[in-house]
Ligand binder design. Structure first.
Ligand SMILES: *Cc1c(COP(=O)(O)O)cnc(C)c1O
Length: 470
């Protein structure tokens, strides 16, 4: 029955067994009642690899990665030449994933010494690596300069001066992009909007009160004239989980206008990186845009702006993360305890069923961090029981430990059943923790109907591995 407690976007499913194709990876189906990934049932996966379990549909991941390369190259080739696609590795990174990214023709964005070390260890060509971060350490800059990575995305004037000094000391030239904040307030959660002024990232394009020039302008002039810096280009990233093209278009316009100002001073900006942030469907409420449509719209907008400004188009690069890894992943959980509570609403009381599973905020902190919504389905069987208004929770010692805040599940969902939560490929494993000393799940990759572990499940010995005096 429809619950008055449900948010407006949540519909009562006609069939609780249905799998919404825009949310699940392309390899997911139901076979004899059971959810399968490329033909492999969830029960078999849990028997072999344990529960909870992260599953990555490798074919789906690779297809999404390739779709960005193909779509952006097709849309921009006539206008600005080829596009470089950098996979934003913070979304999901393992050595295997670094290999898939390379094989599909993408480059690799990193945002810390650890991510950069993994990319190098996985054999990524250093010239295909980018390094981000608003507070890079000397050690991180040292590694980036000495390996001659393709782009250090410099975030501030002090960092730019440090890069020049360190490159001089090492007798090398550092490849630098400058991250600017084009002043766009993207429509997404405040903690993942990154191009408005009042936040920590990037060089402002607006002069301070009383100042003649902006930090961005000063940085370009310094970098263009520095003896040990190769100014690769400019960068902007407006945020994450964005559906609306207006923010990307406004950012592109501001960046191109700035490039036109610099061109008039004979400073040529050869590359423009417009970041990532393309939204994905976590629930039925989200309507993601296909890479081909994003690319065509942006290319059309930029073509108009380039004509208006009378500039030559810089080479374009993009940095999708979530929209490649997110939809390719899912999490399988085992149901433990259930209970029903009665919640008051407009003077009446309505039931909410709590379904507790064997993971939670340690394998997916996004609900507790950003109130992120997800959905779930009963996965080991189908049920013709009524759909009841439910909340899937974890096993941690916090009431905010929510896995799926609102979802209709079959009333007979119970101890021992398996649930699948789709779209958990990005910002799940990489943000996971050992809170309450839970063991982090394995990651299983499924390719062409074959499942293999790419990250093994933790053991209690792993938990104690850093104890100095055991
Ligand atoms: C996080 C991040 C990305 C990727 O964002 P998604 O929303 O995962 O596509 C790209 N560029 C930069 C600089 C980032 O910080």
């Amino acid at each position: 029955m429809h619950s008055p407690l449900a948010p407006a976007w949540l519909s009562l499913p006609a069939d609780t067994a249905a799998l919404n194709a825009k949310i699940f990876s392309s390899g997911v189906a139901r076979d004899a009642g059971q959810v399968t990934i490329q033909g492999i049932g969830v029960t078999e996966l849990v028997e072999q690899f344990g529960s909870p379990l992260w599953v990555i549909d490798e074919n789906d991941f690779r297809a999404r990665a390739r779709a960005y390369v193909d779509a952006f190259n097709e849309a921009f080739e006539p206008l600005c030449g080829g596009v470089d696609v950098f996979y934003a590795s913070k979304a999901l990174l393992t050595v295997q994933i670094a290999k898939w990214v390379k094989e599909e023709g993408l480059r690799m964005d990193t945002a810390s010494g650890g991510e950069m070390a993994l990319a190098l260890r996985a054999g990524t060509d250093p010239s295909h690596i980018g390094l981000h971060g608003n507070n890079k350490s000397d050690e991180e800059l040292h590694t980036a300069i000495s390996h001659q990575i393709g782009r250090i995305v410099v975030d501030s004037l002090p960092e730019l001066y440090r890069v020049e000094a360190m490159a001089a000391q090492l007798g090398q030239t550092a490849n630098v992009m400058l991250r600017l904040t084009p002043g766009v307030d993207a429509s997404t959660h405040q903690h993942i909007a990154t191009a408005h002024e009042d936040q920590k990232f990037g060089l402002t394009m607006t002069p301070a009160p009383g100042a003649e020039t902006s930090d961005a302008y000063q940085a370009v002039h310094f970098a263009a004239n520095a003896a040990h810096i190769n100014l690769v280009g400019l960068h902007s990233h407006i945020g994450s989980q964005i559906f609306d093209s207006a923010g990307f278009e406004t950012a592109a316009t501001r960046m191109l206008e700035f490039i036109a100002v610099l061109a008039a001073e004979d400073i040529v900006i050869a590359e423009l990186d417009i970041g990532g942030g393309y939204g994905i469907a976590y629930t039925e409420a989200d309507d993601p845009v296909e890479p081909a449509v994003i690319a065509q719209n942006l290319a059309a907008h930029m073509s108009t702006e380039i004509d208006r400004l009378g500039i030559t188009c810089p080479r374009i690069s993009i940095e999708p993360g979530r929209s490649i890894a997110g939809p390719a992943g899912l999490t399988i959980y085992t149901v433990g305890t259930t209970k029903t509570v009665w919640v008051e609403h407009d003077g009446e009381h309505y039931p909410r069923r709590y379904v507790a599973v064997d993971g939670g905020m340690s394998d997916n902190p996004r609900p507790v961090l950003y109130d992120a919504d997800y959905t779930a389905v009963l996965a080991n069987r189908v049920s013709d029981a009524d759909a009841v208004f439910s909340r899937v929770v974890g096993k941690h010692c916090e009431s905010g430990d929510i896995v799926v805040n609102t979802v209709y599940l079959p009333e007979d969902t119970d101890h021992g059943d398996l649930l699948v939560v789709p779209a958990t490929g990005a910002y799940g494993h990489v943000m996971s923790s050992n809170y309450n000393m839970l063991l982090r799940p394995a990651i299983v990759a499924i390719k062409d109907g074959q499942a293999r572990e790419i990250i093994r499940r933790e053991t209690y010995d792993d938990l104690f591995a850093r104890e100095v005096d055991l």
